[in-house]
Design a protein around this ligand. Structure first.
Ligand code: C2E
Ligand code: MG
Ligand code: MG
Length: 243
């Protein structure tokens, strides 16, 4: 697993990390999810991989919380895994193996488009998981057609603005309008909002101006292996002043 930080650009606080899977292939080198997840999606193998991801992340959270760390880790959950009838009890079993880990430091990212496929079913699964203490983000927000009623029914703590809107927000007024609209939507529904794919300092500064303090992207850090996290945390203490 690689980990990419999520930060508050206003005060420099590091909220936590998103866990992003990689495959160290014996011949092809380090592969990104686009190279291999589509092949296993919708198969039982995807669920095995998801289980491995949850286990790996809980192990790391367990290590961190032994040292009183308050950092969160978010996991991307494949739609086919989320809608398994026993997803919540399955998650509970994972959590039970790590009694020291406070579940509120674990966050699940689900695609807005997946959530919209079957809002009633997905919201019930989300509620069952939230009873365990975990939180949700709606990933790639803005790419689905999220009506206000749907959003009301989806108990996600955070909206993650899709990176395609962030990428062009400085040059495309319509993308900027979507970003501003999503920030307002999040405020109105009392949700947190985070921008993903914040590639430059200019993007970060503009996001701060329009009221989005939370960000993730290459201008902050690229996804990194876990052994690099401590060095990055120290470096960030000074780097964040660039924004
Ligand atoms: P995502 O959850 O929307 O993750 C964000 C993607 O954007 C990551 O790509 C990340 O490396 C990339 N990214 C971050 N900052 C920037 C930036 O500033 N510029 C650009 N151009 N890209 C940036 P990655 O790691 O290749 O992952 C792609 C997608 O694969 C993820 O999108 C997620 O949907 C899926 N994925 C990743 N890990 C897992 C996993 O463990 N399980 C499942 N089911 N899906 C995963
Ligand atoms: Mg994600
Ligand atoms: Mg995303």
């Amino acid at each position: 697993m690689y980990y990419q930080p999520k930060v508050n650009l206003k005060n420099g606080e590091v909220l936590g990390f998103e866990a992003l899977i990689r495959w160290q292939h014996p011949e092809k080198g380090l592969l990104t999810p686009a190279d291999f997840l589509p092949i296993i999606e919708d198969s039982d193998c995807m669920i095995d991989v998801s289980d491995w991801v949850i286990e790996t992340v809980l192990k790391l959270l367990n290590q961190w919380q032994k040292k009183d760390s308050k950092l969160t880790i978010s996991i991307n959950i494949a739609p086919c895994h989320l809608i398994q009838h026993d997803f919540a009890s399955h998650l509970q079993q994972h959590l039970a193996r790590y009694p020291r880990v406070s579940p509120e430091y674990l966050e699940l990212e689900i695609l807005e488009t997946a959530a919209l496929d079957d809002v009633i079913r997905v919201s019930k699964i989300m509620e069952a998981c939230m009873k365990l203490g975990v939180n949700f983000s709606l990933d790639d927000f803005g790419t689905g057609y999220s009506s206000l009623t749907y959003l009301r029914n989806l108990p996600a703590k955070t909206l993650k603005i899709d990176q395609t809107f962030i990428r062009d927000m400085l040059i495309d007024p319509e993308d900027m309008a979507i970003v501003i609209g999503t920030i307002a939507l999040a405020k109105a529904f009392n949700r947190d909002v985070i921008a993903e794919g914040v590639e430059t300092i200019e993007h970060g500064r503009e996001l701060l101006k329009i009221g989005c303090e939370l960000a993730q992207g290459y201008s902050i850090a690229k996804p990194m292996p876990p052994e690099k996290i401590n060095d990055w945390l120290q470096q960030w203490d000074t780097d964040f002043k660039m924004f």
